[in-house]
Design a binder for this molecule. Structure first.
Ligand code: ZN
Length: 195
């Protein structure tokens, strides 16, 4: 268990490398990293240790309780981000917006999110990093064919083009735990969208 693989991300949720559970726990415990769940939420050690272990979770036992194994961690101070063009895809848009609806501000699981064109396509809005955001289905329907101003739905922040580090190479040939899925290349989510 302690030698199982853990995905290490930087603070932009970009893949940095793969480490062991043992090493990830040390990072988490020393405050150098946070555990990350599927919906891009992050937890420090205290918060993580407080989450009840679910029946399907792998866990480790501390003297006082069982703690779920963190299969994805985020380094808090990893600055070395090489600037590469990030593929324009659903997964990367959701990752950029951290699965957070950019109108109501709530976090959602991936299947409850959609991509919204800030300036609607019907009004000439383009499919670009600067004109698409992650939106929950309800907000997307409410906003409909309007601009944020017309719909009185201000954006949390103006969308921008993110950068990416080419970490996928690290993963070749490795078994991929289900907990990594959200953060890795997947045919559907990463299919390039027309820009
Ligand atoms: Zn919303």
């Amino acid at each position: 268990m302690l030698s199982a693989n853990v995905l290490v991300l930087n603070r932009y949720f970009q893949l940095v490398h793969v480490t062991t559970v043992k090493r990830a726990l040390i990072l988490l415990f020393s405050g150098k990293a946070k555990a990350v769940t599927d919906d891009y939420r992050t937890y420090d050690w205290e918060e993580w240790a407080d989450i009840p272990v679910q029946p399907n979770d792998d866990f480790i036992s501390t003297p006082s309780k069982k703690v779920a194994v963190p299969y994805v961690v985020q380094l808090l101070n990893f600055e070395k981000v090489k600037k590469f063009e990030l593929r324009f895809s659903r997964a990367n848009i959701f990752a950029r917006d951290k699965n957070r609806c950019q109108y109501c501000g709530r976090h959602y699981s991936t299947h409850r999110l959609s991509i919204d064109h800030v300036i609607p396509q019907s009004r000439g809005g383009k499919s670009t990093w600067e004109n698409v955001v992650c939106a929950c289905l309800k907000c997307n329907v409410t906003k409909s064919d309007m601009t944020p101003e017309e719909a009185r739905m201000p954006l949390l922040k103006q969308p921008t083009r993110p950068v990416w580090s080419p970490g996928e190479k690290l993963l070749r040939g490795r078994p991929v735990p289900r907990q990594w899925k959200n953060f890795l290349d997947e045919a559907y989510w990463n299919a390039p969208l027309k820009e």
